[in-house]
Ligand binder design. Structure first.
Ligand code: HEC
Ligand code: HEC
Length: 450
C-alpha cells in the first residue's frame, strides 16, 4: 500500500510539474526520458548482487544437481527436469518424472505413468534476495523471520541459506518427481529404500538420502571441503540443499541482458522498438502491475484462466495458490513468473499451455477471449489429450478471475511486436550458448549424466 501511495504521489508531482512548467518551449521528452521516468515510477532497479559462495560449495551443489543418486530409483536428477540444454527447464508443457525415458523435450512418459501436474520453471536468478517464494503456488516461502513455511512444517531443519535452498529439500521427497513408488526397484534391480518410507516422514527421507550420499567417499570429501568445521555425523540433507542452491544461484544467473545494461545506464542497450515495448509494458499495457520490480514479478498470485492441462493437483484440477492459502478466492491463482530469458524457456504458463510466446502474451492481454479460442494443435498429442475445456471448469475459473486479467487490453499488431521486442531484450545471449557447459562429465556416484 505504501508503495502505491508513493507512486500516486510521484505521479501527482510529475503531472503538477507538467502543468506548471508550461513555458511551451521545453524540448519534447525523448524516448529515453519517457522510459527512464516510467522505470522510476515503477520502482525498477537493478537486481541486487548475488550472495557469494565458495567454489567448493558450488562444486558440491553441481555434483548433487546432476547426480541420479538423489532419485529413489537412481534414475532421476534435478537436471532431468531442469536441463541446462533446455534453459534450465525441460522444454515440455508438463514435466515427466519417475519411469520416463529420454531427455529434454524428447522425454516420454513411462508405461502407466501420468504427467507431473505443472510446467518446470527455468531457474534464472532464483538465488537472489528478490526470490522469497518458490513454486507456482508459493508453498515454500521465506517467512521473513529467518525461517521458512513449507509442506514439511516443523520437520524442516534449521540452517537453510534461503528460499531456494528450502525448495531443494522437496523434489527428492516427491514420489512422482524423484523418490519413486513403494515396491519400486532401482536401475540395478535393487529395492528402493527411499520409496518405502511414509511420504509424511520428511526427516526419514532426508536421512536415508544422506546415508546413500555419504556412502560415496568422494562426497564425504566434498561435503567436508564445502562446509569446513562441520563434523561428519552432523551433515544433514540441509547441507546438500544449501550446496545445490549455491550451484543454482551461480550456474543459472544470466543477467547480462540489454535491459539490465539499460538499467545500468546505457541508453544504447535497447533498440527503439524495445524501448517502445518497454513503455507499453510499464505503461498502458499494464504488464508491470504484476511483472514488477527488478525480478519482473510481484511474487503475488493471479488467476489468468489459463487453459487447463494435465492430471491436476486435486480432483483432476489444479487449484493453484488455494492449495497453499486455503482461501477460496485464491482458486486457480498462480505466482507471477519472472521474465528474464523468457524467450528461451517455453512452453509457457503453469501448465505449459502455450508453445508460442506471442500467443502467451496475447493471453495476458485478453485471457477470456484467448481461452475461448484456444488452439491446442501446437501441443504434443499426449499433452493435448489432457486438455480440459469443460464449461463447468471455465465457469469455476471465471468466478475468481483476477480483476486486472478480467479487463481486456487491446493493442495493435505493431504494439504486440514491440512488447515482444522488449521481452527479447530480457535475454542474455550467453544463456543460450553457455548453459550447456554446466553439465559435468561425471558425478561422484558414477551414475550416468545425460
Ligand atoms: C520430474 C521433474 C522435476 C525434477 C526431477 C525436479 N524438478 Fe524442480 N520443478 C519441477 C516442476 C514441475 C516445478 C514446478 C512445481 C510447482 O510449482 O508445483 C519445479 C519447481 C522448481 C523450483 C521453483 C522455481 C520457482 O520459480 O518457483 C526450483 C528452484 C526447482 N524446481 C529446483 C529443483 C531442484 C533443486 C531439483 C532436484 C533436487 C528439482 N527441481 C527436481 C520439476 C522437477
Ligand atoms: C494481473 C497480473 C499480471 C499482468 C497484468 C500480466 N501478467 Fe503476465 N503473468 C501473470 C501470471 C500470474 C502468469 C502465470 C499465469 C499462469 O500460468 O496461470 C503470467 C505469465 C506470463 C508469461 C509466461 C511466463 C512463463 O514463464 O510461463 C508471460 C510471457 C507474461 N506473463 C507476460 C506478460 C505481459 C507481456 C503482460 C502485459 C501485456 C503481462 N504478462 C501482464 C501475471 C500478470
Amino acid at each position: 500500500m505504501q508503495r502505491i501511495g508513493l507512486i500516486l504521489t510521484m505521479t501527482a508531482l510529475v503531472l503538477l510539474g507538467a502543468a506548471c512548467g508550461g513555458s511551451g518551449n521545453k524540448p519534447e521528452p525523448t524516448l529515453d526520458d519517457k522510459l527512464r521516468e516510467a522505470l522510476t515510477l515503477n520502482g525498477v532497479d537493478e537486481l541486487a548482487p548475488l550472495p557469494q559462495h565458495s567454489a567448493e560449495k558450488v562444486e558440491l551443489g553441481q555434483a548433487l544437481f546432476f547426480d541420479k543418486l538423489l532419485g529413489g530409483n537412481r534414475d532421476m536428477s534435478c537436471s532431468t527436469c531442469h536441463d541446462p540444454r533446455e534453459a534450465g527447464s525441460d522444454g515440455l508443457s508438463l514435466s515427466i518424472g519417475v519411469g520416463g525415458s529420454g531427455i529434454g523435450h524428447e522425454r516420454q512418459l513411462g508405461a502407466g505413468k501420468d504427467f507431473i501436474p505443472r510446467n518446470a520453471p527455468e531457474l534464472f536468478e532464483r538465488g537472489g534476495v528478490e526470490f522469497t517464494s518458490m513454486f507456482w503456488d508459493s508453498r515454500v516461502v521465506d517467512d521473513g523471520n529467518g525461517g521458512f513455511r513449507s509442506p514439511a512444517m516443523d520437520q524442516l531443519p534449521d540452517g537453510l541459506d534461503n528460499a531456494l535452498a528450502a525448495q531443494a529439500m522437496f523434489p527428492v521427497t516427491s514420489d512422482a518427481e524423484m523418490r519413486g513408488m513403494p515396491g519400486d526397484l532401482d536401475v540395478f534391480g535393487d529395492p528402493n529404500e527411499i520409496a518405502m518410507l511414509d511420504p509424511q516422514d520428511f526427516t526419514g527421507i532426508w536421512d536415508a538420502l544422506m546415508e546413500r550420499v555419504m556412502a560415496v567417499p568422494e562426497y564425504q570429501q566434498m561435503f567436508q571441503a564445502a562446509f569446513p568445521g562441520v563434523a561428519m555425523q552432523d551433515f544433514g540433507f540441509e547441507h546438500a540443499a544449501n550446496a545445490i542452491a549455491a550451484f543454482e544461484s551461480e550456474g543459472f544467473s544470466f543477467r547480462n541482458t540489454p535491459f539490465d545494461n539499460y538499467l545500468a545506464g546505457d541508453d544504447s542497450a535497447l533498440s527503439d522498438s524495445q524501448k517502445n515495448g518497454a513503455l507499453l509494458f510499464y505503461g498502458s499495457a499494464g504488464c508491470a502491475r504484476c511483472h514488477s520490480g527488478p525480478a519482473l514479478t510481484d511474487l503475488q498470485h493471479h488467476n489468468f484462466m489459463v487453459p487447463a492441462l494435465g492430471p491436476g493437483k486435486q480432483d483432476g484440477i489444479d487449484p493453484g495458490f488455494q492449495l497453499t492459502s486455503k482461501q477460496p478466492f485464491d482458486r486457480f491463482s498462480f505466482r507471477t513468473p519472472p521474465l528474464r530469458n523468457v524467450e528461451l524457456s517455453g512452453p509457457w504458463m503453469h501448465d505449459g499451455a502455450y508453445t508460442n510466446l506471442r500467443s502467451a502474451v496475447r493471453h495476458m492481454l485478453d485471457c477470456q477471449t484467448s481461452v475461448q479460442s484456444f488452439d491446442a494443435t501446437a501441443l504434443k498429442p499426449d499433452v493435448r489429450a489432457t486438455l480440459n475445456m469443460d464449461q463447468a471448469l471455465i465457469t469455476d475459473m471465471l468466478a475468481t478471475i483476477d480483476p486486472i486479467a478480467a479487463q481486456p487490453m487491446s493493442v495493435t499488431e505493431q504494439q504486440l511486436d514491440e512488447i515482444l521486442a522488449f521481452l527479447g531484450a530480457l535475454t542474455d545471449p550467453a544463456a543460450a550458448t553457455q548453459m550447456p557447459a554446466l553439465l559435468p562429465d561425471s558425478v561422484p556416484s558414477g551414475l550416468p549424466v545425460d
